[in-house]
Design a binder for this molecule. Structure first.
Ligand SMILES: [Zn+2]
Length: 371
């Protein structure tokens, strides 16, 4: 047999190559082997007929918390990822340098899902919900964070910091400055959580091209929208300077009204991620396809939501060479979705509901050529 697996009859949506058309996809030895209009089922050991379904690159969720058993936020990656089309999940800073070795050994190594991580600027990481991890500046040791990243390039993607009053106390943007110092030493990006109690312009003006703002549509105060509903000029100038804006839905950080107002003004997020953790996996987040369905209902196209959760997400974490697209020769990380019709009640984190008429539902998840 020429191929291991053949996905036959589906509509391939691969924004990286501007492809949205009927194609058969063949997989061999864990790689994409062919994408053609018609590949015979006789050429494959296993053929899956996916007529009426969408075939996309495996989703890349750049903000989640999977340090299960060590932090109170952590969820197990495999049960949720392997059933929702997510082939790569990025932990947004659950491990700090002090708790990092266990993350590699007990979380990354045994998982079927491809797991990457930000390293928190606080040495203790995100251990426990009520702890403000950067109320004490001595918790940050930029040199040790940089060393951890440089010694673990295969699974690290940058430095995480949370810049809300609750997390930093009276330290203002000092934790962000320490995170940037670590990122500069390790030549990597910073992901900054924006939150209430720290003026957002003070945060944005420190960011460098390629740094990521997560929770970009939070509505708790100090958000990207001013009192009159306008996107603040500092957000536009950060975007123009190459700062990346990510959704990071979370348990308290996604507001439909902020998203709608921003999107009406043309301020779309670059990336759509979940901030999936133990406090939102049973709602309102559930999983990445549900978050994508919310953006379909807010007016984005299927291509746009797939682009923001595949190629754009991979690029945001510096993995665009190998992840987020379906070209021949790349790793066979593939998702198959149904776009089901109906009436679905979808909530933001302020208990506001929208009714969706379409919902993305994963049918198959293929990671490295394995169903
Ligand atoms: Zn988070």
């Amino acid at each position: 047999m020429k191929y291991d697996i053949l996905l036959k009859g589906g509509t391939v949506v691969d924004p990286a190559q501007k492809l949205h058309d009927l194609r058969d996809v063949a997989i061999l030895d864990g790689k994409i082997a062919a994408i053609e209009e018609n590949i015979s089922a006789r050429e494959a050991t296993q053929t899956v007929f996916v007529d009426g379904k969408y075939v996309t690159p495996g989703l890349v969720d750049i903000h989640a918390h999977v340090y299960d058993g060590v932090t109170t936020w952590g969820v197990k990656a495999d049960p949720v990822c392997t059933t929702t089309g997510v082939t790569t999940i990025v932990d947004a800073g659950s491990p700090g340098w002090a708790t990092f070795p266990g993350f590699r050994d007990y979380i990354v190594q045994p998982a079927q899902t491809h797991i990457l991580t930000y390293v928190h600027i606080s040495g203790i990481g995100l251990v426990y919900g009520p702890v403000g991890e950067m109320r004490e500046l001595e918790y940050a040791q930029p040199g040790r964070v940089a060393d951890t990243i440089m010694q673990n390039r295969d699974i690290t993607v940058g430095v995480k910091v949370r810049q809300g009053k609750f997390q930093v106390g009276d330290n203002g943007v000092e934790p962000l400055k320490l995170a940037i110092e670590a990122a500069e030493r390790a030549d990597t990006a910073v992901m900054v959580h924006i939150g209430t109690g720290v003026p957002l312009p003070d945060v944005l003006k420190l960011l460098r091209p390629g740094d990521i703002v997560t929770h970009c549509f939070q509505g708790n105060g100090d958000c990207i929208i001013d009192d009159k509903g306008r996107v603040i000029p500092e957000a536009w100038s950060a975007r123009n300077d190459g700062v990346i804006f990510d959704v990071g839905h979370g348990g308290g950080s996604f507001n439909y009204e902020v998203a709608q107002r921003a999107m009406e003004q043309g301020f779309l997020s670059d990336v759509i991620s979940t901030d999936l953790h133990s406090g939102n996996i049973n709602g309102p987040v559930y999983d990445l396809p549900t978050t994508l369905s919310k953006f379909l209902t807010l007016g984005l196209s299927l291509e746009e939501v797939i682009e923001k959760s595949t190629v754009a997400a991979a690029k945001a974490v510096g993995r665009e060479e190998e992840l987020g697209h379906l070209e021949v020769g790349t790793i066979a990380d593939v998702a198959v979705f149904d776009l089901i019709e109906g009436e679905f009640e979808l909530f933001d984190t302020h208990r506001t509901m929208i009714i969706a008429n379409q919902k993305l539902q994963a049918d198959l998840t293929i990671r490295g050529g394995k169903l």
